[in-house]
Design a protein around this ligand. Sequence first.
Ligand code: NAD
Length: 484
Amino acid sequence: MNTLRRAPVPAQKLLIDGAWQDGSGTPFAVTSPIDGSRLTTLEAATEADVERAVAAARRAFDSGVWSRAAPAARKKVLHAIADRIEAEALDLAVLGVRDNGTELAMALKAEPGSAAGTFRYYAEALDKVNGEIAPTAPDVLGLVHRMPVGVVGAIVPWNFPLMIGAWKLAPALAMGNSVVLKPAETASLSLLRLAQICADCGLPEGVLNVVTGAGAETGSALALSMGVDVLAFTGSGVTGRRLLEASARSNLKRVYLELGGKSPNVVFADAPDLREAAKVSAAGIFRNSGQVCVAGSRLLVQASVHDEFLALLKAEAEALRVGDPLAEGTQIGAVNSEAQLARVLSFMEGAGEIVTGGARILENTGGTYMAPTIVAGVGAQDRLFQEEVFGPVLAVTPFSDEAEAVRLANATDFGLAAAVWTSDLSRAHRMVAAIRAGVVHVNTYGGADNTVPLGGVGQSGNGHDKSLHALQKYVDLRTAWIKL
Ligand code: NAD
């Protein structure tokens, strides 16, 4: 571990048309949130670089080397990629943690662990996607083909780069598309390594290109490119809006948005086990320092058990070991960057009753750490109730009955995730139906796998990653109407 955590990281390049190359912009430094040390530099891709990557992706697509390859050949490459991710899991996870600060135990599971599973899932799925024969009159044959869309632009955030990157790459590649990937400025390293793995495993040159750089320049150029057919995005609502504008201003490319949340975690007095609910709820908001899109960041708790549950939750939060994400026993790592920590801390000003936490900790390490934080007495109009913090901050609001719980659960613009804790089966089903969210957990929080979709409603987005449904984002339907 000590060798891995100190391994020098060479200056990173752009991957365009199968070659690692310099960008035209000024390279910028990558700082580790663990201790503020400088890890390496990233290239800043300009519009011209992005256009070269898009052109390479288009050439590869048009050549048919991947887009018209036999499904069995694509399957073999995607399985090989999964094998390599598994074989290099620790290296990939440590590299990613040095870059983005996630606690190693979680990173191992959620990053290489999940990414390998995703490549395997779509490797297995790709030759089960059939066309259709329409029930036409007997003198014609109506065939519906599923065609790859062409060039997919994928823009991903910093919280789980490998996992989310794989959610875009694996189904897009499975369906025969070429991809230009734009990782986040503060979490590019593990995805650049993944790109090399893809090349080593036989993905043809130009099928996957990676451009690093600032969102406003590199990301924006990709969003505006006339050569991109579909844009698959995970990130904030602010950026999501810009991407829709970019589509409207350029070529009307399809834009899939997986955005943020302010997910309600609803605890009824008849929860099967309040102690277990407190433990899982604490993990549901504090893991990865709350930088999880589906984090249960609003606790709605029935008034009759409010004080008891809050005491249990406070004990759980204070028992969590926050610190160096690569150190043994650490349960919560670093906040991704100084900028993100400053944003999270801004929510503490006038936040109400801080039950625990509320401040930066371990500043002497040079890293960006924050204590798990619980704020009680948060009202539905408060900023902490309405805005995504994307940090280790839980807002607590009491409710009296089921109707009020539903009203509060749905009282934000978001609709990504939720949870309900109850022993009443009928109530559980009523709540699943009543809460506006892409996923509603019952008596647990988080933990879904590749077999089920993840996507939001409302201002949490419009697309779905994972499951067979995600394949639809990366195909166009083409009808063949044949006179017999
Ligand atoms: P962000 O929107 O700031 O950045 C995401 C990506 O978009 C980065 O690669 C960034 O460089 C790029 N970008 C920024 N500005 C751009 C622009 N003008 N044009 C094109 N690209 C641009 O988000 P973030 O802070 O990196 O990530 C956190 C957000 O992501 C949170 O809101 C979180 O909830 C959300 N998220 C959602 C899911 C989901 O599945 N729904 C999963 C993880 C994270």
